[in-house]
Design a protein around this ligand. Structure first.
Ligand code: NAD
Length: 416
């Protein structure tokens, strides 16, 4: 059930934070609309010989702090509105964790689970070609998102390189390591969810050892967050993906579930310990920590009162609608906002870009240490801002991000 347009949701969050820090009206005007939205339609010959037309988007929301950065999503529900909202969130996220990037996002309307690998490769290569004029290591740098992987990034990088006439590893991040991908990138977003959750739990005296955790969306982000939290002693008692859900009050076998995903791309064939349930009940489990790690608009006005968790750690982008935010706040639930909780991915993407540009590659320990340091510092800033202004962590995160972007405009001005 979609109550809010997601772009409207992003706009409301921006306005709320702008009010809290009295952001100048001119800056709110500038940040209220995307710089560029490219829509492309392109034909693909399918495996059965028929021709189908696909639609894709790339939105570059704001590039005042540097080249734009953001994932590419393959999903039947991709819309221009969604891509704009996701690109706006990328802009705030990069500013919040102080990366020299603006925000972007892209997507192709398709059902990747119903497409062959050959068809996915053709879609990726053609989509890359269509958006090529706005791509580049100093312009806009894609990364994986929902239903895209390191393989998708390898196809994008190869296609871009073929047209450039030289190999260009810095044009995408989240690549396989043999192509210049960073060690630790695949796990980075889930690791970041774990780090920010750990930082919050330490401040609210919620021990992670024995804490019960539910994960909605057992994909890249959700499965890694579950793995890292279980390493700290948390018990993963409920998980779901688009195909099904599993619960077990004694704790699920997280590596077993991850192996099922690796093999079958979904949880439906999983036969380990745990009771099979509808995917939609996972949000309402009696747990300490809920990690929505699927899609946006999952916690809304109509279901927010059913959330029992003490902490919601937003692995996904935009899982909580603004009206639901108010309900969670009233219930005393701590929400670690998406732009902080899932920023580990773009932080290590930045490390990957730096490594590709310099040709010097780092050991995994170094990547993880730098990630940890940046996230602890960012969490601390947001926490202090929230305490100082008596506002939610989400509004505080927006305040830190918007102040940073606003100060760039102070020096750059508005051209011409
Ligand atoms: P993914 O494709 O690996 O995983 C998405 C998962 O969500 C899949 O398991 C899918 O089956 C599941 N899902 C879809 N609809 C569902 C539903 N209604 N109920 C339950 N599960 C459902 O994608 P991902 O990269 O893990 O991304 C997940 C979220 O995290 C997205 O919002 C994405 O924008 C965000 N994110 C990803 C990264 C990253 O580095 N991959 C970084 C930051 C944010």
């Amino acid at each position: 059930m979609q109550q809010f347009s997601v772009a409207e949701m992003a706009r409301q969050q921006l306005l709320k934070a702008a009010k809290a820090i009295k952001l100048p009206k001119a800056i709110v005007t500038v940040l209220g609309c995307p710089k560029r939205v490219l829509r492309v339609n392109f034909p693909i010959q399918m495996d059965d010989g028929t021709i189908r037309c696909f639609t894709g988007y790339r939105c570059q929301y704001n590039d005042s702090r540097g080249p734009t950065k953001g994932g590419v999503r393959y999903h039947p529900g991709v819309t221009e509105d969604e891509v704009i909202a996701l690109a706006a969130w990328m802009t705030w996220k990069c500013a919040l964790v102080d990366l020299p990037y603006g925000g972007a996002k892209g997507g192709v309307i398709c059902d990747p689970l119903a497409l062959s690998e050959r068809e996915l490769e053709k879609i990726t290569r053609r989509f890359t070609t269509e958006i090529m004029p706005v791509l580049g290591p100093n312009k806009d740098i894609p990364a994986p998102d929902v239903f895209t992987t390191s393989k998708t990034m390898a196809w994008m990088m190869d296609t871009f390189s073929m047209f450039a006439g030289h190999t260009e590893p810095a044009v995408v991040t989240g690549k396989p390591e043999v192509l210049g991908g960073s060690k630790g990138r695949k796990e980075a977003t889930g690791r970041g969810v774990m780090i920010t959750t750990r930082e919050l739990c330490a401040r609210i005296n919620l021990p992670l050892a024995g804490a019960r955790v539910a994960v909605q969306g057992f994909g890249n982000v959700g499965s890694h967050a579950a793995l890292f939290l279980s390493e700290l002693g948390a018990k993963i008692v409920a998980v779901s993906d688009s195909s099904t859900g599993f619960v077990n009050a004694d704790g699920l076998d997280v590596p077993g579930l991850a192996a099922c995903i690796e093999r079958h791309r979904c949880l439906a064939p999983y036969r380990g310990h745990g009771r099979k349930v509808s995917r939609d009940v996972i949000l309402y489990q009696d747990v300490d920590i809920l990690i929505p790690a699927a899609l946006e608009n999952q916690i809304r006005k109509d279901n927010a009162s059913r959330i029992k968790a003490k902490v919601v750690s937003e692995g996904a982008n935009g899982p909580t609608a603004p009206e639901a935010d108010a309900i969670l706040e009233k219930k005393g639930i701590h929400v670690i906002p998406d732009i902080l909780a899932n920023s580990g991915g773009v932080i290590v993407s930045h490390f990957e870009w730096v490594q590709a540009l310099s040709g010097m590659y780092w050991e995994e320990d170094e990547v993880n240490q730098r990630l940890e340091k940046k996230l602890i510092a960012s969490f601390g800033q947001v926490w202090r801002k929230a305490q100082e202004l008596k506002i939610s962590l989400r509004t505080a995160a927006y305040c830190v991000a918007l102040e940073r972007i606003a100060s760039v405009y102070q020096y750059r001005g508005i051209f011409p």
